[in-house]
Every structure is written in C-alpha cells, then in structure tokens.
Design a protein around this ligand. Structure first.
Ligand SMILES: [Zn+2]
Length: 322
C-alpha cells in the first residue's frame, strides 16, 4: 500500500481510514486495489469515517466476485432462543431483499399501531424504535395466526434511492450506491428484485436530493408528498437527532395556522415529536439553508450545533471534508 503509506506520512489520511483501506484487501481484491489505490484514497479522504467504511465494504464486494455473496438467501438464518425467566431471545441474519421486506412490514404495522395510540402509555424511553419493532413483530404473529380477523392488511413502503447512472450503465458506483432507506447500500440485482415485488413509483430528484417529479403526476398528492419528504429528509432534520421517518411529522416552516404557510414541499420538513414540540411550544426556530442544510435556533436566536445536512445520500462529500 505505497500510496496509503505516503498519505499517512504526509498527514493527509487518518489512521482509521488507512485501516479501512487495508481491510478492503484480500487475496482476490489485492490486484484491483493496487490499480485503484490512489483513487480510493482520494475518495475516502473526502468522506466521514462511517461513510468511508460503507463505501469500501461496497467496493470490496464489487471487486471480490468470488467472495461470500450477501444476496445469497441460502445463508439466511433465524433463531428464537429461550432466555432467563422464560423470556425469549430472537436473532437473525437475512439477505437484503428479505430483510428490507421484513423491515417495511414491521414499519407499516408499527405506524398503524402508533396511529391507534397503542404506544402512547409508554414512557418516552420505552417508546423507542426497538420497542416499537418488538410490538410490531408480535402484532405480525397475531395477524398471521388469524386470531383477530378484523385487522386490516398493511401496505408496506420500500424506498430505494438509485442513481440514474447506475441504472443506465448497470454498474453501481461504490461511492454513490443504491441505498435502501433506513438500510444500507444494496446491489442492482436487489433493487430489481424489490421492484418486482410491488408497485413502483419513480421519483426524480436533483443532486441535492430535492424531489423534482414524482411519477407522471403534475402535482404531488399528500401520500406522494410524504414519500418525497421521507426521501429528501430521511428522518428528523434537527441537528444531532437520529429519529427515523416513522417517528416524524411534517413541520410547516411557515406555520400553517399562524402564518398561513402552504403545504408545499419547499415549506415542509420532517421533525420528530420532541423537536416539533420545541418549535411550536417553546419558541425554537428551524431554519432552512442551501442544499438541504438545517439549523435549529434556541429562543434567544443562538444556533444549536452546526447546520446539518440531511438527505438520502449518507455519502455527501460536501458535508465533512476531513
Ligand atoms: Zn428530532
């Protein structure tokens, strides 16, 4: 790794990223790595460490065609093990298609349960994503057992963001791969298999992830608008907040009731209930900047943290040049 060594010595590459680069090499990828070393260094230099890891994992997968295939459903397993005091412990490892479908179904059931107020008596700590997933999993089993025929079927939504270049060329770019929302980067094959399982709505966005068009509709209907917002914001936009889309509400930047703000995408942002509450009841302000950056201001006008970039692309090189 001569170029990596040189970059380390020059102080232009962190030790953590050099380790990640070393981890991308095995006997099957070594030759390709040697050819592309300078390019890979340049790419990871511009990414936060987490994104560099995701990108290099994806690169290794593309380079290592004889390595373990993450898409292989025969490698799936699940175990339900008896635990302490009669409790049960569940663990599983699923291929991208199976896992994405399971996640989408659990999200849809969890959302329905949330709307029915079935989590509202829980303390805020207990009302976590993992607790909600557990509730949804048990509800899924109840529905499958047919013990409550009144329950309606849910309609899970799977959102996959695919760069147009990957679709047209058939070759994904490890530094801008297809991404499942709330999941990870996936192969084009996974994208196509997911697409075959349901009704596909295509949404076009600009380079900053702002929705331009949704299918053939001229105007965005409310359900479409929610999908567009979910893709654009990817969760609560408040700096430092990691609440996912399922826990968010659409906030009107120019308030609906106070300012007569319109329900247009440009006037909406996703916020979790905690941050939504700060703004509406405690005089905090959410400010939109260029390129999907957001800033939260305290009642005295002081900003909280740095402006935050949000969006469907976790690998935004503009965000963290380090
Ligand atoms: Zn939040």
């Amino acid at each position: 790794m001569p170029a990596t060594e040189a970059a380390l010595a020059a102080g232009t590459l962190s030790v953590a990223k050099a380790r990640l680069l070393a981890g991308a090499i095995n006997e099957r990828t070594a030759e390709r790595f040697a050819e592309q070393e300078a390019f890979l260094i340049e790419q990871v230099q511009a990414l936060p460490v987490d994104d560099a890891k995701t990108a290099l994992d994806y690169w290794r997968r593309l380079a290592d065609t004889d390595g373990p295939d993450p898409d292989d459903p025969t490698r799936n397993w699940a175990r339900l093990l008896p635990g302490y005091g009669g409790r049960w412990h569940l663990e599983a490892d699923l291929d991208p298609v199976a896992g994405t479908i399971l996640k989408a179904v659990l999200d849809a059931i969890g959302e329905r349960m949330h709307q029915e107020g079935r989590f509202k008596d829980l303390s805020p700590e207990a009302n976590s994503a993992s607790h909600r997933d557990a509730g949804a999993l048990i509800e899924m089993a109840r529905r499958a057992s047919g013990s409550d025929p009144d329950r309606q079927a849910v309609h899970p939504d799977v959102v996959v963001v695919v760069p147009v270049a990957a679709l047209t060329s058939g070759v994904p770019d490890p530094f801008n791969p297809p991404l499942v929302r709330d999941g990870g980067p996936v192969s084009l094959d996974t994208v196509l298999r997911l697409a075959q399982l349901g009704t596909v709505s295509a949404m076009t966005t600009d380079a900053a992830g702002r929705p331009l068009r949704l299918g053939r509709k001229q105007r965005l209907a409310s359900g479409d608008q929610w999908t567009a917002l979910a893709v654009r914001d990817g969760g609560c936009v408040a700096p430092g907040c990691d609440r996912p889309v399922a826990f968010c509400q659409a906030h009107h930047l120019s308030w609906w009731d106070r300012d007569g703000g319109a329900t247009d995408l440009e006037n909406l942002a996703l916020l979790c209930s905690h941050h939504h509450h700060l703004i509406h009841d405690q005089k905090w302000t959410l400010q939109a900047g260029a390129n999907n950056t957001w800033q939260l201001l305290r009642p005295d006008g002081a900003p909280v943290d740095h402006p935050r970039y949000v969006g469907h692309r976790p690998m935004n090189r503009a965000r963290s040049p380090a």
